[in-house]
Design a protein around this ligand. Sequence first.
Ligand code: ASN
Length: 362
Amino acid sequence: SPLLYSRGANGTGFVFTNANGLNFTQMNHTLPNITIFATGGTIAGSDSSSTATTGYTSGAVGVRALIDAVPSMLDIANVAGVQTANVGSEDITSDILISLSKQINKLVCDDSTMAGAVVTHGTDTLEETAFFLDATVNCGKPVIIVGAMRPSTAISADGPFNLLESVTVAASTKAKNRGAMIVMNDRIASAYYTTKTNANTMDTFKAMEMGFLGEMISNTPFFFYPPVQPTGKKDFDISNVKEIPRVDILFSYEDMHNDTLYNAVESGAKGIVIAGAGAGGVTTSFNYAMEDVINRLGIPIIQSMRTVNGEVPLSDVESNSATHIASGYLNPQKSRILLGLLLAKSSNITEIASTFALNTNA
Ligand SMILES: NC(=O)C[C@H](N)C(=O)O
């Protein structure tokens, strides 16, 4: 069961909580209550050098240290911490995603005293977890996913301010009914569309065509638009889901070999996403191999794109939408999460195709 901590706005120390909910008896009752779910990553990273932004240990410090590093968050909200995992985000698994989503649904959605959730996470796969939570936590309370590009021991570590801003957005009534959001580098971004665009720098999370939802100025959120959800978004109830079927991503390139597809299927993939060249492109020969796998084995294949921007329209994946499925505006890693969630419910290719079609201009 998760480790739970909380403490009062007046700094009166930790209040024990039980696994069914949080005891906020020593809290400042004029403030909203927020739970932070820590999963590891650079935001919890540590290194002996204060200038190292590579080669450090991810997930070295726990949720209590993260909260302790930002005392001013207790002027914004009563805060509880749950240690869901403590790993580099490359080691986040679909089992962790299922348990994180269930924890948020139980401890935040089902608890009327809770205003919102913050998830601390490594940045490398943050967009995948953000997409998963956007799809599976749907109670209208803000869910904010946050990371850092500099470890906690670096000069000007970005984690503490990012965490303060995330708690602030999660506690804001203006943040309700907008789906999950990524808050980093003074920007509020859509979990659905935002991707990591730079491997190293702090200004990395962007949805270049769709833009940001808002900004943080002096730790105050400003939303550019009223609450809105992405056009193609589908909500999932995963309360009965125990496992997400395996979905592999295959990268398209000149001379791509068909056996990459057959190997994936033989190894147990129940769905495939192609990071296609341009608008979903693969070699002519690979196109025949896809046709074979779809028709003979009934395995859905989503054609996405290896470019950072753009759309794979249905008209670009040939044939009809029930056999070749276009990812629309979803990149391969987000398409993989969506296909996994759909396969956890049903392997009906027509249903899968119609969900992806919501993301295309068809
Ligand atoms: N900036 C980071 O968080 C990168 C780290 N490797 C992670 O994703 O866990």
